[in-house]
Ligand binder design. Structure first.
Ligand code: NAP
Length: 490
């Protein structure tokens, strides 16, 4: 058993029951949450099943009218209090997150702060939900629009950002007046439950904030098909996103989907090679490569291929892998052993077709006693190999030489995904032509990270529908109504 509780300054943040209608529910059975760095059990958590999900949806529906009628200024105050509590407990939330997910402690605390940024932004935006007046073509009539909350939102979230994927989605929903039911990933429910504990302290009314834990196949259909649910906000794989969209289609429910990616990282021959190498290390090895926006295919113009490979090899060999709680560790374990097997298979398939391992290239599960895979650099993989076609979701950078802009745009777009892309160049013409030519929702130019509370986050094609972040998030969770007034001032 891992000693999570003893590491917390506020041990009451370690909650292991579901949070429904303002109370903690034990559920009929329990499931284990494990520490991927050493495979020890961290806690057992309630599985409330379909019955618990129904109870949570019912509670959210009962709270709907009161919450949507609560003044936006009051909602903003409660959401802001939630933000303040999250930041007050950033250290503890970081410890919980690092232990259940495995990202290094400093990075885990960084995720908590990144996620809290969305909560603060949403609290501010609650006061800025506007309509418009419209000149209408009918004599004496007036027209205007109003924006109102959609209603109960189901939020289903992944394990790779156990805190930020909840706050990024839920805080705008709450702020504009939607009650929520969250289903966190089975690997990382403790961060979600700690956020629920802080939401309770922040003063959300009973039923407005619910977290249900347990088996997805039982809870999922309730969250996507209950009559009382108006919208499904999902972050996770494209495969599960498609399934949930299909389930939601029966009730014509609104969906917002943040799905998988296959990000190109393009380095042009005029780029600053050292900065591109630094950027790739930063973007690629964050969360051990287990992010939707992780650079997946590194396209390098032939003239600088040798220089960039050398600059990267030097850096990849220095990336420190180990226990998330050890000082200076940059890469922790992958989420579980199956993830290590999957990454090993992708690398083996690439090398079988002629790719060369420049650094790493092996599991460190035995040496380090958890689900570890070495930070890896490979070159020469075939562009049709599984490592180029699939999300790697591991600490492996794979480099592909490319000739010119036309080939780069063609290869970058040769994927069903369209989430994030990166471009390193100092040529303004190239910036415009390539950012306009590639089909991705977010493009970092000379920047290895693209997310912030102020900016739209989301993808095109099979990477999703809708945008989180900035002013766009409030639009996702509100309905636009048009009112035509006639017969009064004719
Ligand atoms: P996942 O397998 O799709 O799971 C995501 C969530 O869906 C989990 O809570 C999971 O619950 C739940 N789920 C699975 N099957 C379900 C079903 N039949 N009905 C209802 N819920 C179901 O994804 P993951 O492995 O956790 O996360 C990695 C994926 O997320 C990657 O593809 C990554 O690119 C993507 N992602 C995208 C973004 C973005 O912003 N676009 C951000 C982060 C991650 P259980 O855990 O209980 O199975």
């Amino acid at each position: 058993m891992s000693d999570l509780k003893s590491r917390l300054k506020d041990p009451s943040l370690l909650r292991t029951d579901s949070f429904i209608n303002g109370g903690w529910e034990k559920g009929a059975s329990r499931f284990d949450v494990n520490n991927p760095a050493n495979r020890t059990k961290v806690a057992d958590v309630a599985d409330v099943g379909a019955a618990g999900a129904k109870q949570a949806v019912k509670a959210a529906a009962a709270a709907n009218l009161e919450w949507r009628r609560t003044s936006p200024f009051e909602r903003a105050r409660i959401v802001k209090r939630w933000h303040d509590l999250i930041m007050e407990h950033q250290d503890d939330l970081g410890v919980i997150l690092a232990m259940e997910m495995g990202k290094p402690l400093a990075e885990a605390k960084g995720e908590v702060a990144y996620g809290a940024g969305f909560v603060e932004w949403a609290a501010e935006e609650a006061k800025r939900v506007h309509g418009e007046t419209i000149a209408v073509p009918f004599p004496g009539a007036r027209g205007w629009t109003i924006r109102q909350p959609v209603g109960v939102v189901s939020c289903i979230t992944p394990w790779n950002f156990p805190s930020a994927m909840i706050t990024r989605k839920c805080s705008p929903a709450l702020a504009v007046g939607c009650p929520i039911v969250i289903k966190p990933a089975a690997e990382t429910p403790l961060s979600a439950l700690a956020l629920a504990e802080l939401a309770a302290r922040a003063g959300f009314p009973k039923g407005v904030f619910n977290v249900v834990t347990g088996e997805a196949k039982h809870i999922g259909p309730v969250l996507t098909q209950s009559d009382e649910v108006a919208m499904i906000g999902f972050t996770g794989s494209t495969q599960v996103g498609a399934l949930l969209m299909e389930q939601a289609a029966k009730g014509i429910k609104r969906v917002a989907l943040e799905l998988g990616g296959n990000a190109p990282f393009i380095v042009m021959d005029d780029a600053d090679v050292e900065k591109a190498a630094d950027g790739l290390i930063q973007g690629k090895f964050r969360a051990g490569g287990q992010t939707c926006v992780s650079p997946n295919r590194v396209f390098v113009q032939e003239a600088i291929m040798a220089d960039l490979t050398e600059a990267l090899a030097e850096r990849v060999k220095k990336v420190k892998i180990g226990d998330p709680f050890e000082e200076g560790v940059q890469v922790g374990p992958l989420i579980h052993d199956k993830a290590v097997e999957r990454v090993s298979e992708l690398v083996s398939a690439a090398t079988a077709k002629g790719a060369k391992v420049v650094a790493g290239g092996k599991s460190l599960a035995k040496e380090l006693g958890g689900s570890f895979y070495a930070p890896t650099l490979i070159t020469g993989a075939d562009i049709s190999s599984s490592i180029a076609v699939n999300e790697i979701f591991g600490p492996v950078a794979s480099l592909y030489p490319v000739k010119d802009e036309a080939e780069i745009i063609k290869l970058a777009n040769a994927t069903p995904y369209g989430l994030a892309a990166y471009l390193y160049t100092r040529d303004a013409g190239r910036v415009h032509r390539i950012t306009e030519g590639v089909d991705f929702g977010m493009i970092g130019v000379n920047a290895p990270m693209v997310g912030s509370p102020a900016t739209p986050f989301g993808g095109m094609k099979q990477s999703g529908i809708g945008r989180e972040g900035g002013k766009w998030a409030a639009e996702e969770f509100t309905e636009l109504k048009f009112v035509l007034l006639s017969g009064i001032d004719e």
